[in-house]
Design a binder for this molecule. Structure first.
Ligand code: ADP
Ligand code: MG
Length: 309
């Protein structure tokens, strides 16, 4: 059966530098076009950890070496990462579609995601970003209003908040393109975090989790399925322990109970499971799938992955 799916790509779909990304997007494109070939309507989002880190370091080194170039805000770094990843990914998809004689345009939407300035996450920033700093650089950053933490003896790093997405600014544009059958890449890196100030959108120094942004995107597009593609074929309880058990078909209630019991790591699997639960419980008939990139086709056929209904 043909479905509307939002695919959230994890780090392994993109690699961690320019060369790796060029190679990785080729196999990523194959896995995605497999789903398009079966008639599914596909919208793609992705993470950007290594890429935004690279851009952030490059821009701060530039500023250090030549102060005439001012520091680049995190929101601008996210925008740059969306364009750089989207460029490689849309071209790999275009090539794969043409190879299979599928006539579809692919485009990347620079996407802003609204966050709530009163989100509790702003009171307790936890997400490390950018390069390591010396004590002196850290002091300067603190003077400039940044929150800095000492990172396990390796130096100082800026930490930013990870607020929840409230809405997608460019959602109508994304909808219009999806409705006429085009392939869209949106909400890269969780989206550029912005707050509304009257008519003005102000970029904020924060990182939105791509799994949560993808869930918002899937809900707003009224998708049937949220597919989170990552480095494991299934989600496990007792992960990495002798009594590890892989989950295949599971209900929202059951997996919510496992989440409460602490089976999913906070920085990696927990946001995926929470996003999957949120989407699957948002409307009758919606479900989520967490699996490996290479297993996307089998996962949507129901033969593997963790399927949350
Ligand atoms: P992505 O780049 O796709 O977001 P992450 O590294 O953030 O990937 O999250 C996926 C990782 O989560 C897996 O590779 C796995 O090592 C880890 N993980 C933590 N807890 C679990 C669990 N309970 N079941 C499966 N994987 C888990
Ligand atoms: Mg992750």
């Amino acid at each position: 059966m043909k479905k509307k799916v939002v695919i959230a790509l994890g780090g392994n779909a993109l690699g961690s530098n320019l060369k790796e990304q060029m190679a990785a997007v080729k196999s990523t494109a194959k896995a995605i076009v497999d789903l398009i070939e079966e008639g599914n309507e596909v919208v793609i989002s992705h993470g950007n950890g290594p890429q935004v880190g690279m851009i952030n370091i490059a821009m701060s080194e530039l500023h250090k070496n030549n102060p005439k170039y001012s520091l680049c805000p995190m929101s601008v770094c996210v925008a740059m990462s969306q364009a750089y990843i989207g460029y490689d990914l849309q071209n790999a998809l275009r090539e794969e579609l043409l190879t299979r004689n599928i006539d579809k345009n692919v485009s990347t939407i620079i996407t802003q995601v609204e966050v709530d300035p009163t989100d509790k996450a702003f009171e307790n920033p936890t997400k490390p970003i950018g390069s390591f700093m010396t004590r002196e650089e850290a002091d300067l950053a603190i003077k400039n209003g940044k929150k800095v933490v000492e990172d396990a003896g390796r130096g100082y790093r800026e930490v930013v908040a990870s607020p929840k997405p409230v809405g997608i600014i460019e959602i109508e544009t994304i909808k219009s393109l999806v409705d006429i059958g085009q392939v869209v890449i949106a909400c890269g890196g969780g989206g550029i975090p912005v707050i509304k100030k009257g008519n003005h959108l102000k970029g904020v120094s924060a990182v939105i989790d791509k799994d949560f942004a993808s869930c918002t995107l899937a809900k707003e597009l009224n998708a049937d399925c949220l597919i989170i593609l990552t480095a494991v074929e299934k989600v496990a309880i007792n992960f990495g322990k002798p009594n590890e058990k892989w989950l295949h078909n599971i209900t929202v209630n059951e997996i919510s109970r496992y989440a409460k019991e602490g089976h999913f790591a906070p920085g990696s699997m927990l946001p995926k499971v929470e996003a999957a639960i949120d989407f699957a419980s948002s409307k009758e008939g919606r479900y989520s799938l967490i699996t490996l990139l290479e297993k996307a086709k089998d996962g949507i056929a129901g033969t593997t992955g963790t399927i949350i209904k």
